[in-house]
Design a protein around this ligand. Structure first.
Ligand code: ASP
Ligand code: MG
Length: 423
């Protein structure tokens, strides 16, 4: 069997959904599980809804909710006659959502995020499944929350692999015998039946979880680019497509900001040696990129950028060295406040670290360490990673830019620079 994942851009409007259905039609001869994200930019729109709700701004909430309703209604009208039962399914989801929104928010932001934002995938999968069935592709809509079991770390839930494996093994194979199985990306469920999410752009990871649990022969992510490119084409010119990429290289690139695949996607696939195809939904017959267990591929220079970085410079106040015990204590605090460390550098008295963190997280860290360290913070930075640099690409780097942190090791150059710096 195969697992396909279609992201928001691939189902952003009526024409796009029809295009996806056409792609599916060409793969009808084999069992297929399809994972779908929310339509277009719905997740962002639902985040707006959540913010208005959390701030109890009633007019804004109404406006933001209408944006979501309207975009879904428009697509429904483009795909179905007004009498089609899918209108009721969609209406029910909005009724449930409005129930939540009518109450004053007492729960944590993370919990509310997951209960509200998850509706994007519930809506999209109802629409896409109904459309597949309408055109004769026998499709079962599967509630992913009954399959992917997670803890209750809202907004970034951890998967309980054993439970998930059993759930998927029990539920999915019999459904695959009947036709296509279509389910939501990004979502999971706790043991108490609360909805969770796996982190933004987590649908790729969802597809990888199913691939792993079902021993898929391959997984495909369908994108609006021809495959994995040597750099983000929105940021750089002259980027070329890679035909092949090793799992390890894919993890490095995605961890450091390549947005083509969610970084958590690779590990489950690597563990079972399931190849990942990154293919274009615009040009479905193109070769795309295959990510698999390749040894010693020759790579061209590759460039990735991680935005929204903060540099923390932590300096010992009392002239104690920042030694191993102190490192251990500092890293424990990073983990505690979920400050994600991307690059580090140390001297005897100072420790510089480039992180993903918001102000609140940094504030919490600052409070804990202020007795022993002074903390300098610099926001608005980006981390540029260059893999396999050659002379020409290095020249692009060395043009007098201000660099806050730099590292050159074999095959990799990393720089922390101002967000505005162009390359
Ligand atoms: N819809 C979610 C998001 O936009 C999940 C995904 O697209 O993978 O983050
Ligand atoms: Mg997406």
């Amino acid at each position: 069997m195969k697992v396909f994942k279609f992201g928001g851009a691939s189902i952003k409007d009526v024409a796009a959904i029809k295009n996806v259905a056409q792609i599916i039609q060409t793969y009808q001869d084999q069992p297929l599980l399809v994972v779908v994200s929310a339509l277009g930019k719905t997740t962002n729109a639902l985040e707006d809804v959540l913010r208005a709700y959390y701030e109890q701004d009633a007019p804004l909430l109404k406006e933001k909710l209408n944006v979501v309703k309207k975009s879904h209604l428009q697509i429904l009208e483009g795909l179905f006659k007004p009498t089609h039962p899918v209108y009721d399914e969609i209406n029910d989801i909005f009724v449930d959502l409005e129930w939540i929104l009518e109450e004053t928010p007492v729960d944590t932001y993370g919990y509310l995020y997951d209960q509200i934002v998850s509706n994007g995938e519930l809506l999209s999968t109802q629409i896409v499944a109904a459309y597949f069935n309408k055109i004769g592709l026998h499709t079962t809509w599967l509630d992913v929350r009954d399959c992917i079991a997670t803890d209750n770390t809202y907004q970034e839930a951890e998967v309980d692999w054993e439970l998930t494996y059993n759930n998927i093994q029990q539920t999915v194979p019999p459904l695959l015998e009947q036709g296509i199985v279509l389910t939501q990306g990004f979502l999971g469920g706790t043991s108490e039946n609360f909805t969770t999410t796996l982190g933004r752009e987590g649908s790729d990871y969802t597809a990888a979880i199913f691939s792993y649990c079902l021993d898929a022969e391959s997984m495909s992510i369908w994108k609006d680019v021809s495959g994995v490119l040597t750099g983000d084409p929105r940021l750089f010119d002259n980027m070329t497509k890679l035909e092949q990429l090793s799992y390890g290289e894919a993890i490095e690139m995605t961890y450091y900001g390549a947005q083509v695949i969610h970084p958590k996607t690779i590990r489950p696939l690597q563990n079972k040696q399931i190849p990942l195809h990154v293919k274009s939904f615009i040009d479905p017959s193109g070769s795309g990129t295959v990510i698999a267990q390749y040894e010693q591929l020759d790579y061209p220079p590759m460039l990735v950028v991680k935005p929204n970085q903060t540099l923390l410079k932590i300096t010992s106040k009392d002239f104690y060295f920042v030694d191993e015990a102190k490192f251990a204590a500092l890293f424990t605090l990073f983990a505690k406040y979920r400050i994600k460390v991307n690059m580090t550098q140390n001297t005897a008295l100072a420790f510089s670290v480039c992180v993903n963190a918001n102000r609140a997280q940094v504030q919490l860290l600052a409070q804990e360490i202020e007795a022993d360290y002074s903390l300098e913070t610099l926001e608005g930075l980006k981390l540029i990673t260059l893999r396999y640099p050659n002379a020409a690409t290095m020249e692009r780097f060395d043009n007098g830019r201000v660099v806050y942190l730099e590292e050159k090791i074999r095959d990799t150059v990393q720089l922390v620079v101002d967000s505005e710096q162009v390359l």
